[in-house]
Design a protein around this ligand. Structure first.
Ligand code: CP
Ligand code: NVA
Length: 311
């Protein structure tokens, strides 16, 4: 029996991503209680509002009991190894969610865990955020196939996972960053190979947003990058999402940000607090998409258990 881990969006096939998004839109009562009688470990090495709350609530809505643990408390690779933590917790919990500094830590946990590992944000990926983002865009703009989606700002963990989800769903994802922070051609090629959509780079934010139905950004300095804050902020000064930039996008374009945001840094206050902003809907969809993903994981799991019992 193979355990499915969700470390990034690319861990889902296109039909599986559609299934997760469909489950995200079902009323809670229709999902049954797949986690009834089970607990879930949620380990956070970094602060969180949306991820902690949406995951805890989703686990409860599916009948389970979440156990929140601070990173310092378990001391990943300080008090004990990531592998020991994962193998021990797998004996107590139906799945292990982890928010970590280094993506390698969730990969190492997945390599030894008998229960699913769910990446709740690493330096490389934020799949739970990407699920909420594409769900919100589908609700706003319909089927994303062929739609242009712009990312202006740092090509970070949130951007990478969103690019994967957009390519899987057939969208045209355009990234605009300063050249020294751009994704490499090989990174773009890997994401492009995932599905029918595409990911492209431009150094010109105006070109990225032209005709886009959605304009996304995120902080320029992610958690763990504080030591490079000054140089990064200087490099990104021309990459703020302003009202002027939004005026170049599609006339029905909406603005998206995973939050927390810095008004007057990566986005003008009048954009994030204006009529084009969908950031609160995005944050609320974190709950629905997390619940959809967990319901999907445990549908797979029970199908696998049945299959192995019949074998
Ligand atoms: N967007 C997001 O992941 O928010 P938190 O850091 O508050 O969980
Ligand atoms: N890119 C940000 C996202 C926070 C939700 C970070 O990693 O800090």
């Amino acid at each position: 029996m193979s355990t499915r881990h969700i470390l990034d969006i690319a861990d889902l096939a296109v039909n599986e991503l559609h299934d997760v998004l469909a489950l995200a839109q079902l009323p809670v009562a229709q999902l049954g209680a797949p986690l009834q009688g089970h607990c879930a470990a949620l380990i956070f090495e970094k602060p969180s509002n949306r991820t902690r709350h949406s995951m805890e609530v989703a686990v409860v809505q599916l009948g389970g009991h979440p156990v929140y643990t601070r990173g310092e408390e378990v001391g990943i690779d300080v008090r004990e190894t990531a592998e020991d933590i994962a193998q021990v917790m797998a004996g107590y919990h139906a799945f292990i969610g982890a928010r970590v500094f280094k993506h390698g830590v969730v990969q190492r946990m997945a390599a030894v865990s008998s229960v699913p590992i769910v990446n709740m944000l690493s330096d490389v990926a934020h799949p739970l955020q990407a699920l909420a983002d594409v769900l919100t865009m589908q609700q706003q703009h319909g089927n994303l196939q062929g739609k242009k989606i712009a990312w202006v700002g740092d090509f970070n963990n949130v951007a990478g996972s969103l690019a994967q989800a957009c390519v899987l769903l057939g969208a045209e994802f355009v990234v605009s960053t300063p050249p020294e922070y751009r994704p490499t051609e090989s990174e773009l090629a890997t994401i492009n190979s995932l599905g029918m959509g595409s990911v492209q780079y431009t150094g010109a934010p105006g070109e990225a947003v032209e005709g886009a139905v959605a304009v996304h950004t995120d902080v320029w300095i992610s958690m763990g990058e504080e030591s490079v804050a000054t140089e990064k902020a200087a490099a990104f000064s021309e990459f703020m999402v302003t009202q002027q930039l939004m005026s170049k996008a599609h006339q029905d374009a909406c603005f998206y940000h995973c939050l927390p945001a810095h008004r007057g840094v990566e986005v003008e206050a009048s954009v994030i607090d204006g009529i084009q902003s969908r950031v609160v809907a995005q944050a609320h969809n974190r709950l629905h998409s997390a619940r959809g993903l967990l319901a999907w994981i445990f549908q797979q799991h029970s199908a696998e258990v049945k299959e192995s019992a019949q074998a």
